[in-house]
Design a protein around this ligand. Sequence first.
Ligand SMILES: Nc1nc2c(ncn2[C@@H]2O[C@H](COP(=O)(O)OP(=O)(O)OP(=O)(O)O)[C@@H](O)[C@H]2O)c(=O)[nH]1
Length: 318
Amino acid sequence: MTGSSATIPVTVIGGFLGAGKTTFVNHLLATGSPRTAVLVNDFGEINVDATLIASHDGSTMTLTNGCICCSIGTGFIDTMCKVLDAEVPFERIVIEASGVGDPWKIAEIALIEPSLRLERVVVLADASRIVQLIDDARVGDTVCGQFAQCDVVLLNKSDLVDVAGLAAARAALLALRPGLRIIETSRAALPTLASLDVGAAMSAFRADSPDAVPRDHGAAFRSWAYRRDGAFDRARIAGALAALPPELLRLKGSCRLAGEAGAHVFQLVDRAWSLTPPAPDQPVSPGIVLVGVGTCDLPPPAVLDAILDRALAAGASS
Ligand SMILES: Nc1nc2c(ncn2[C@@H]2O[C@H](COP(=O)(O)OP(=O)(O)OP(=O)(O)O)[C@@H](O)[C@H]2O)c(=O)[nH]1
């Protein structure tokens, strides 16, 4: 890779599916971040996250073709070259790892590439789910691996748990890595990057950390895309979602609702879901575009399609 002689600081943001990574990136961009290149790696075939990142002075680029922590493909290298060769240099690079990715594998690129300087690896944990996720036989290894070499954990969604729940979440994280720096957050009160800096002590800790176990997230997780021209019937959505199999871990994207103007952003994490209006300048597709991620035994697309079709408004085309 080429680029100017000055190094560009890199922050890698990781955390399991739905922990709040995109919410955090948007917060950083909204709170006076310098000219930032945001690189987003979604696990699914459609990069929904890139459309959920608010527009900003810098640039948002998508990293498609799978999990970049498993294989640094030519797409990633091309994107990074564009960032490094930008006419007006970027002042910071923020890379959002996929929800099943290992953020440290991405951080290692910044350690190797002379034009880049790794500033920090931040991993978000969902306070309402982290205890269960760590113990989940299907995803526990992936979740635990994400904390192995991070600098700081944002114990996010603290608004969803009580004091005892927060203490349990903290204890579970500290059992993984004693001494881990943990900051409790909620989307209403997220920190700035500068406030996360802790200096040399954390770098030494990184160097002492064991090598991450190589993983193939493409084998452990599967994604599925649901696209329809029509609209959902709001009254049918809850019933259809209740029929989704437990192997589906995450579903997000945009949709239309029959009889309602404009598009809605759809979010499902575990079984909790929401529909919200998109940001004013957020690009949304004309119909329904949702991307799901599940474990490797996720039922075939046709089965999942049929479940969501139950929520379509009468007469909606498919
Ligand atoms: N209650 C609550 N909800 C939150 C918080 N942070 C994020 N959310 C919601 O959680 C959902 C997932 O947030 P995202 O920021 O998209 O999570 P993500 O980690 O980027 O998700 P993936 O990229 O799919 O892994 C969205 O509906 C957010 O609005 C929080 O602190 N509290």
